[in-house]
Design a protein around this ligand. Structure first.
Ligand code: UNU
Ligand code: FES
Ligand code: FE
Length: 446
């Protein structure tokens, strides 16, 4: 099953329900997407000193990410090259070396095999330790965020993020020192396909007023206006939606960056103090984004809400389950009280037991498990909202949709999903660089 898959119809903006259910589709995703794309590993704030390490996942592969003595970061597969035992069982720490607890092979901070017990006597000096280094992963960083990739043919991380950096820079650099992550992550299992939360975070402005109606009513403030079945819900003056070359995208609600926070201090004050610098550095069009609330995703499986400041990696665990890792995203130069206030609100809303997280979780497993039904899963899903009400924009790169409520970024996510599933290699993805956005046919919308 490869080459021009019919699972996603980019012309009619629909997707087969099998993308949430079928085991063969999942296996193909692991092979063609997770083994070839840049995946989020973490932020340097999680391992600030030489010797610091964290363990994480790239899809279902266990990974050690380690801070080298020269200040760079290296990642390697967390499985011993002797008999395969997991090398490191800690979530994080500081280590000069990693000792496999099965037979005691010792790996350096860079994954090289540095010592083998009884090497000369038992192996008669015939062991090639160089060849037996832990399998290494390509690592690159952007504004402190660390990514890993298995494919030597993949573009650089900067090119992979591409024009999405125009948007990321606005918040990852911002008007101060940029954003970092607070760990350790909260971890939970969710019974859903990994793409359900990604599509939700990349571009589902529609669900907010329905799924979260009760919670938003309780929170009050600017988001309360979105809650519920209201004919007068704001629409085209609410914000915008974006998709870019490699499927990354987001939606923005204007002037709502700190909507869940108290006025006058903490995060609100930080934004007011720094927005002038953003305007000076990046201009008014990006200052607008800086003070907006974002729901976004970096293809394939990293999502975040800027403003609410939850940061998630959806680690796939087969077609019908994920392990969700939730960090808090904070300005690295904010004072400790502001950081902890941001973390508290992020946890209350989108932590493992957060009010809004629970609202979403129910939908995510429902949208997955309903496809147990053989007749049900034969069908297609619809993402046509706002087709034609989107296009290239004079200021903002990528394709820009008319409102925060739309499915432009959904279409962009599945457009690139299909491209990756169909492509035999990165060269054939790169060949589409000049006409990737041709499925967005209204060239004169803005
Ligand atoms: O649930 C969401 N994705 C969301 C919540 C988006 C924007 C504001 C609040
Ligand atoms: Fe690691 Fe044997 S499996 S030392
Ligand atoms: Fe939601």
């Amino acid at each position: 099953m490869s080459g021009d898959t019919t699972l996603v119809d980019t012309v009619n903006a629909s997707q087969s329900r099998q993308v949430f259910w079928d085991r063969d589709v999942y296996d193909l995703e692991i092979e063609r997407i997770f083994s070839r794309a840049w995946l989020m590993l973490g932020h340097k704030s999680l391992l600030p000193k030489p010797g610091d390490f964290i363990t994480t996942y790239m899809a279902e592969d266990k990974i050690i990410l380690s801070h080298q003595s020269d200040g760079t970061f290296r990642a390697f597969i967390n499985s011993c090259t002797h008999r395969g035992n997991q090398i490191c069982h800690a979530d994080s720490g500081n280590a000069k070396a990693f000792v496999c607890n099965y037979h005691g092979w010792v790996y350096g901070q860079d994954g090289s095999l540095v010592d083998v017990p009884l090497e000369s006597r038992c192996y008669h000096n015939k062991l090639d330790k160089q060849e037996l280094a832990a399998k290494s992963v390509r690592v690159e960083t952007y504004k402190g965020f660390i990514f890993g990739c298995h494919d030597p043919e993949a573009p650089s991380l900067e090119d992979y993020l591409g024009e999405f950096r125009f948007y990321l820079d606005t918040i990852w650099e911002g008007g101060g020192a940029g954003l970092e992550l607070l760990g350790p992550p909260m971890k939970s299992l969710l019974h859903c396909n990994w793409k359900v939360p990604v599509e939700n975070f990349v571009g589902d402005g529609y669900h907010v007023g329905w799924t979260h109606a009760a919670a938003l009513g309780q929170i009050g403030g600017p988001l309360a206006g979105l809650a519920g079945n209201r004919a007068d819900i704001p629409f085209d003056d609410l914000g915008l939606q974006f998709t870019t070359r490699h499927g990354h995208g987001f939606g923005v609600i204007d002037n709502a960056a700190a909507a869940i926070h108290r006025k006058g201090d903490g995060w609100n004050k930080y934004l007011e103090d720094t927005r002038g610098e953003v305007r000076r550095k990046f201009g008014a069009d990006r200052e607008r984004l800086y003070v907006g609330h974002w729901n976004g995703a970096i293809f394939p499986n990293c999502s975040f809400l800027y403003g609410t400041n939850t940061f998630k990696i959806w680690h796939p665990r087969g077609p019908h389950e994920i392990e969700v890792w939730t960090y808090t995203m904070v300005p690295s130069d904010a004072d400790p009280a502001t950081k902890s206030a941001i973390q508290r609100e992020a946890t209350r809303t989108f932590g493992t037991a957060g009010t809004l997280e629970s609202d979403d979780g129910e939908n995510m497993s429902s949208a997955t498990y309903v496809n147990r039904g053989v007749i049900t899963r034969d069908g297609m899903m619809n993402s046509t909202m706002g087709v034609g009400y989107e296009g290239p924009h004079p200021v903002y790169p990528g394709i820009v949709g008319i409102s925060f409520i739309g499915e432009t970024s959904y279409r962009g996510f599945y457009r690139f999903w299909k491209e990756m599933i169909d492509a035999p290699d990165w060269a054939s993805v790169k060949a589409n660089d000049d006409n990737w956005d041709s499925v967005f046919t209204n060239r004169n919308f803005w």
